[in-house]
Design a protein around this ligand. Structure first.
Ligand SMILES: [Zn+2]
Ligand SMILES: [Zn+2]
Length: 266
């Protein structure tokens, strides 16, 4: 698997990596395509980060690099948007401003609360904290429509005090199935995000059983991304990802260009 469809550079509030370093490393690792998916999260109310994407500079810098690197690697310009129910119109307007190749819609905040901050699980505990996340994700995808794949579906477990130790798909199957069915019905995909593999969980986001369930329900569109915020993480966990996809019954994974899916044999 030689296409990484979830990466961040210094255009994201939580990365300081040079796009050119991402590209040089991706080429060294044998990647054929890389899609930058820098963050845009509206209404992020914590001082630690600013997730406002300077999309004009983003497009102009990456377009220059795309031409410069054209003979060595295929560069796609995507974005990872933070979904919340009240943002549907703002997100549509934002995504419409530039010709993105690929748009990931992710849930990073639950009613404005960032589960990355320990206060979230201190207040709700793990079970209720997970449940609130999935419920909010469902509310968001019920109204936000301008994205191609839903990002790292069980992302919340990365920040739980015990990570995924006490998490199981079965416990939240009702709401997770509803999310998956809604995405399939809307013609959208999910991603296999290998970030979890190097964030202390030995498995991607979402869990392999959720990926299998998505396939069982008829889901076909699945992209693969490392969620690298530094160049060294590009393509990390991809051989594991390939096995998980095959075990789940996938014969193809997906890449995007100009918001259109292309299917690549595994
Ligand atoms: Zn994300
Ligand atoms: Zn990301």
């Amino acid at each position: 698997m030689i296409c990484d469809f979830h990466t961040h550079s210094y255009f994201s509030g939580d990365s300081s990596e040079l796009p050119s370093k991402m590209l040089d490393t991706a080429i060294e690792k044998g990647m054929k395509s890389i899609c930058f998916t820098d963050h845009q999260d509206f209404d992020y109310n914590y001082d630690a980060f600013d997730f406002t994407l300077d999309y004009e500079r983003y497009f102009s810098e990456l377009s220059i690099l795309r031409d410069e690197y054209a003979s060595r690697i295929n560069i796609l310009i995507g974005v990872e948007t933070g979904l919340e129910p009240h943002l549907s119109e703002r997100l549509k307007d934002f995504v419409g401003k530039k010709p993105y190749d690929f748009v990931i819609g992710s849930t990073h905040l639950i009613n404005g609360a960032d589960p990355w901050c320990p206060e979230y699980f201190a207040e709700y505990g793990e079970k209720r904290g997970f449940e609130k996340y999935f419920e909010y994700a469902l509310q968001s995808i019920n109204v936000c429509s301008d994205f191609d794949v839903y990002g790292h579906l069980d992302y919340i477990v990365r920040y739980a005090p015990n990570k995924d130790k006490y998490f199981s798909y079965a416990e939240f199957a009702d709401v997770i199935d509803e999310i998956l069915k809604k995405l399939i019905f809307a013609g959208k995909g999910i991603e296999l995000n290998t970030g979890g593999i190097y964030k202390g969980m030995d498995r991607p986001n979402p869990a392999p059983e959720i990926i299998r369930r998505y396939r069982e329900l008829g889901g076909e569109i699945i992209t693969v991304g490392s969620d690298a915020h530094t160049a060294d993480k590009i393509g990390m966990g991809f051989s594991e990802a390939e096995k998980i996809l095959k075990n789940a019954g996938f014969e193809y994974y997906t890449i995007f260009s100009g918001r259109k899916p292309q299917f690549i044999k595994l």
